[in-house]
Design a protein around this ligand. Sequence first.
Ligand SMILES: Nc1ncnc2c1ncn2[C@@H]1O[C@H](COP(=O)(O)OP(=O)(O)OP(=O)(O)O)[C@@H](O)[C@H]1O
Ligand SMILES: [Mg+2]
Length: 281
Amino acid sequence: MDIDFEAEAKHFPERGRVFEFLAPPPNPALNVDKSVLLYVESLSVAFDGFQAINDLNLYIGDGELRCIIGPNGAGKTTMMDIITGKTKADSGVAYFGQTIDLLALDEPAIAQAGIGRKFQKPTVFEGLTVWQNLELAMAQERDFLSLLNAKLTAEQIINIEEILELIGLKEQITKLAGALSHGQKQWLEIGALLMQRPRLLLVDEPVAGMTHQEMDKTAELLRSLAGKHSVVVVEHDMEFVRNLSAGGKTVSVLHQGAILAEGTMAQIQDDERVKQVYLGE
Ligand SMILES: Nc1ncnc2c1ncn2[C@@H]1O[C@H](COP(=O)(O)OP(=O)(O)OP(=O)(O)O)[C@@H](O)[C@H]1O
Ligand SMILES: [Mg+2]
């Protein structure tokens, strides 16, 4: 696809506004008066008698970047499944801001409210180009053909351009997503998620299978999103978590469906209970 961004931008009368694009749109239903964007309290779910989430409490600040670690089977993915409406909780509460009751909403309504999720495996459309993947992600309902045939507005083009810049794929716009490296696919998927302008991003194991260099770039990308967005990152790679949480950000340790410890990476690493859990693996 041949697009002259500069020429397109000239036709866009409110050029100054585009820099605001990455910020999520104001949601009148969302109330973050207390600076907490996500409240999870006394949350529980059992699968066939196995307590996967067990009286879990978790609070994520508005604009916060939070890392969540924990051994296999601790309930990290299940927690995200409940927050995004994929799994129904047995009891407890989950609120988005002060007023939005997530447990009362279905998956599309939760996404619409401003929660975006990135699954463990990259799920880009391999047969489409990088550009087309982002274009497609813009659509509310995935009406693919009509979208690709429609002419984008200059504003939409600039939106895509900003995301490309952020995810570092500006040179790859005409490349098929299937031909990207594993790391680049993960970034493309994060970019696709950002096209929907979520306020809260839930990211499950983003760096599994990445090179060190790709990990560093991913940490930089996720850190750059915090502030305008709240970002919750589940990850096993400790070096990555150390990098991501640098500067005293909070790390939460999930174990047997509940928070075992919370603090800076240094505090977590010093915690006897955390050491026990990881030594026992
Ligand atoms: N739909 C389900 N039905 C039955 N059991 C499930 C279901 N989803 C999760 N579990 C079980 O709940 C427990 C928690 O799983 P979960 O995937 O949340 O762990 P996790 O912390 O994400 O682990 P990992 O680090 O390996 O990804 C596991 O024992 C898992 O087998
Ligand atoms: Mg998991």
